[in-house]
Design a protein around this ligand. Sequence first.
Ligand code: 6GU
Length: 234
Amino acid sequence: MHIDILTLFPEVFPAFLGHSILGIAQEKGLVDFRLWNIRDFTQDKHKKVDDRPFGGGPGMVLRPEPVFRAIEEVEKEVPGTVPPRKILLSPQGTRFNQSMARELAREPRLMLLCGHYEGFDERIRQGFDFLEVSIGDYVLSGGEVPAMVIIDALVRLVPGALGDEFSTVSESFSEMLGEPPVLLEYPQYTRPREFRGMSVPEVLLSGDHEKIRKWRLEQARLRTCQRRPDLLRE
Ligand code: 6GU
């Protein structure tokens, strides 16, 4: 999986992409990221990426010229491969969820366009076939954090990214790990068995794996009922 990230702030990504599951997935060659600064695709002397909105109003709008050039250049960058699925990050997009993550995780190539300021010149939307995605109903100052959220959700679904230990477990718990209906996580415990008067449920110490599996599924369902009944109706 190849992911191209188009942003005005490429420097905010490397620490995030280089660690934990994302870092390991890159080391294993399962995914590679390329960062592109939209400003590098400007052609004017001042490298101007934004301008004031026609009709007036607050804020600045991302200019079409550098964004069109960036998308077209980056698209040409890896000849012979399929064109990327293009994602535009904006609060006006379709709400991101686990089923979108599952769908996008199957794409060989993605391009994420992060905006900033008040928004994109509308002709950017007209010029390309984007999937416009929002990560929730709140306003962020740019698409960088949403891009990281989406990348994180996708890469952990790429086969091999989570390591063998996890994938064998997921066989028996697919209901809790991303196949619909998605359930919330069951309660987890580690050592010590007793901590400040709170003890680990007996069943987890029993060694009876079938009993443990049933207990966890029951707990996951209970938790989902109590906290997120909307998930059960999806
Ligand atoms: Cl994708 N972008 C911005 N700027 N704000 C958001 C968002 C995206 N999703 C939720 N809020």
